[in-house]
Design a protein around this ligand. Structure first.
Ligand code: GCV
Length: 703
């Protein structure tokens, strides 16, 4: 084998097990979607072998070595073929990898114009002929692009696609595609449901866990190019020398996979670890402190990405303490980072009820007036919806309302409000609903995705972040199916136009099986899983009925003694008159934060889509729904439908017994049982509670 780096013991052991004839692999989900098990069909195997005979490489750099190793490893596993690595083409079926700058062969084969279109991270994959030999070309302008191209090529084989007539050109639509870890420095993970933080801060920088590299491989395979290592509820210590060195050690592992590291920083760090008496962004000493600290970071992490900041929200300090604005705070950090091309991602997740009593309106009210005041290297990071990662929310009205400022979207991969690593909920349809939403920000045709990727408003910067949920569990995410959300996040960050079905199918074949019946059964489970969760938790636009604190089960009766908006009753407002939050023009007028056509549509219960009905309206229990039922009847129907969908998922999964490896089969089966119990609890608790107000009798069917 032509391996440029020694593999870990774990990997070698795995290889031995894979190649023992007749061995049935026990799987624990650690490999994620990067499972390179041998293709069992002899005909297919010989087809792929014919088109993957050697690897032609004419360059070397750390990323390039990664590229080469990954392809070797994949083909060794999938085809059982040790590919020679040669500097020139000697066989039919060669795979030629490289950048035009460094590979003379590729310069002969590929048009420079075509590469221009691919940009810095894009790639092309083409079936071509070289000296009358059929070859496959994976080319890019930068090594990073080749890395992404190679992972796509491997995916094609994992998906059993033809590889002899390839003509693929791809480049990411969004520049910064980041995971946000809500990992604390003590190893716990806020809203994490898969064990502890994978960053072993105590043992760093001396000990480098082999997981870091596996994490990097997984992310690179789906195009993720950055990671914010620590919680947005940040601790100042991340900026101390010790932690910078620890982070630098991780950055060294991630770099060959094209991944940069970023920090969440606490606004009062200059006071907490710098001994200053203020953190006022207008104070020259404070500004100097940040500049110096940033310089120290770049000394150790030359490609450091920048800072993420949660300011003046949920107890985190911000510039407002000193009478300054979000823009003042963000711009101070931006100034420190700018000489190194670092960026600031400043979160808009703020809800100071003294600004407005409707929490959903607060972010918009604080941030829109600041549009145009942020430095060029600042992005505003906004959650997909205006409240907080609820099972379903309309899109955040900030998208489209701050046309002079690049807005990043923050999605939640970790399932804080959607079953927490215990429920099978495929979130790509939720994200697609938001990304595909028409904002009417510039007449029709301005989708949220176009704002996030910067194209609608011509921004030089663009970004998207997913709150990761990754932990030390063997399967990384707690639930095997939560891996699909990590995968889907990366794929949508690369191309928001992909459909959730396309992504699911790709993932299923890589993660579970290539058997058509298995794919079909799992596809159906995944496709309906998000709507099922919405139905059994918060149908018809209801939101935040979750139990206080842990946010797992239902607690519709919860009233927080200190804060109205931390109470479930604040959101559903159920009483004998009806249910729902009146955000129409007759209510809080949150609807007015959306562009004209949406405002008009959503302002009237007659035209508001039923999925958002109780988000925008408080309606009588007898309100007529499009089904002809009353609102109360419809609510019961939806809760029951959610439970039934989980039963259907269970049946589909049971039908796969024997087709899926036992360990993962049993794991998912047990989780589905828990999900059913939870869904029933959600239904029963919510309907019992709302039933106390509703005039109609509870017509729920028994099971
Ligand atoms: C990191 C929600 C979560 C918090 C989280 C916060 C945020 O309120 O429950 O755990 O804090 O969002 O996004 O900042």
């Amino acid at each position: 084998m032509h391996l440029s780096r020694p593999y870990s013991m774990q990997w070698l052991l795995w290889m031995v097990i894979v190649f023992l004839p007749g061995t049935v692999l026990a799987e624990d989900g650690y490999e994620l979607w990067l499972r390179y098990n041998r293709i069992p069909d002899p005909e297919l195997l010989s087809y792929y072998k014919k088109h993957a005979t050697e690897m032609v490489v004419q360059q070397s750099c750390p990323i390039f070595r990664t590229v080469q190793d990954e392809l070797l490893m994949a083909l060794q596993g999938l085809l059982g073929q040790e590919l020679p690595v040669n500097p020139s083409v000697s066989k039919k079926g060669a795979i030629i990898l490289g950048t035009l700058d460094e590979s003379p062969i590729l310069r002969r084969l590929v048009q420079p114009l075509e590469m221009e279109i691919a940009g810095d991270e894009g790639y092309i994959i083409r079936s071509l002929s070289f000296d009358n030999r059929p070859v496959t070309v994976i080319a890019a302008n930068k090594s990073k692009g080749v890395l992404y191209g190679v992972f796509r090529f491997i995916c094609l084989i994992q998906n059993r696609q033809a590889i002899d007539r390839l003509s693929i050109r791809s480049k990411p639509r969004i520049q910064r595609r980041l995971l946000n870890h809500w990992d604390n420095l003590n190893g716990s993970v806020e809203r994490g449901y898969a064990g502890k933080s994978i960053w072993n801060w105590e043992k760093l920088p001396a000990e480098i866990d082999s997981r870091y590299e596996d994490y990097a491989r997984a992310n690179a395979s789906i195009g993720i190019n950055g990671t914010v290592m620590n919680n947005v509820n940040s601790q100042a210590e991340i900026l101390t020398k010790g932690y910078i060195s620890k982070a630098a050690a991780i950055a060294n592992v991630l770099r060959p996979y094209g991944i940069r590291v970023y920090f969440s920083v606490k606004f009062t760090s200059p006071m907490e670890i710098g001994g200053l008496s203020t953190a006022d962004p207008f104070d020259p000493g404070v500004r100097r402190w940040w500049k110096e600290r940033v310089r120290q970071i770049y000394e150790q992490i030359p490609d450091f990405g920048g800072f993420l900041v949660k300011a003046y929200s949920e107890g985190q300090p911000g510039p407002q303490i000193y009478g300054r604005t979000h823009a003042d705070g963000a711009n101070m950090l931006a100034e420190a980072l700018s000489p190194f091309e670092g960026i600031v991602m400043w979160r808009s997740f703020v809800y100071d009820l003294s600004i407005d009593s409707d929490r959903a309106k607060c972010g918009y009210l604080e941030f829109v007036p600041l549009d145009g005041q942020f430095a060029a290297n600042v992005l505003i990071q906004s959650k997909n919806g205006p409240v907080d990662f609820q099972p379903r929310e309309p899109f955040n009205p900030l998208f489209g309302a701050m046309q002079k400022t690049p807005l990043m979207m923050e999605l939640q991969i970790t399932q804080e409000y959607t079953g927490q690593g215990k429920h099978l909920v495929y979130l790509a349809p939720q994200w697609k609903e938001v990304l595909d939403s028409e904002t009417f920000a510039k007449g029709s045709g301005t989708l949220v995705a176009g704002i996030v990727d910067g194209s609608a408003e011509n921004h030089a910067l663009s970004g998207i972040a997913g709150v990761s949920g990754i932990g030390t569990d063997r399967n990384w995410m707690g639930h095997h199916f939560s891996q699909a959300n990590w995968y889907a996040f990366g794929r949508l960050a690369w191309d928001p136009a992909l459909t959730s079905e396309q992504i699911a199918e790709e993932w299923i074949e890589m993660t579970w099986s290539n058997d058509p019946e298995t794919i079909d059964a799992i596809m159906k489970m995944m496709a309906g899983s998000w709507e099922a969760c919405v139905d059994y938790m918060t149908p018809l636009g209801l939101h935040h009925l979750m139990a206080a604190g842990h946010h797992y089960g239902p607690e519709p009766e919860y009233v927080n003694p200190d804060r109205a908006d931390w109470s479930s009753t604040y959101y559903h407002k159920a009483d004998s008159e009806g249910i729902g939050f009146d955000r129409s023009s007759a209510g809080t007028n949150a609807v007015n934060q959306y562009a004209g056509p949406l405002r008009k549509l959503w302002d009237s219960p007659a035209t508001c889509p039923e999925k958002y009905l109780l988000w925008f309206h408080h309606l009588p229990w007898t309100h007529q729904m499009s089904s002809g039922k009353t609102l109360w009847q419809e609510l019961q129907l939806r809760y029951n439908r959610g439970v039934e969908s989980v039963m259907t998922m269970q049946k589909a999964w049971d039908s796969l017994e024997g087709k899926i490896d036992e360990e993962r089969f049993e794991h998912v089966k047990a989780r589905l049982e828990m999900q059913l119990e939870n869904a029933q609890e959600w239904r029963d608790v919510c309907l019992d509670y709302f039933g106390r107000f509703a005039e109609s009798p509870d017509t729920r069917d028994g099971e």
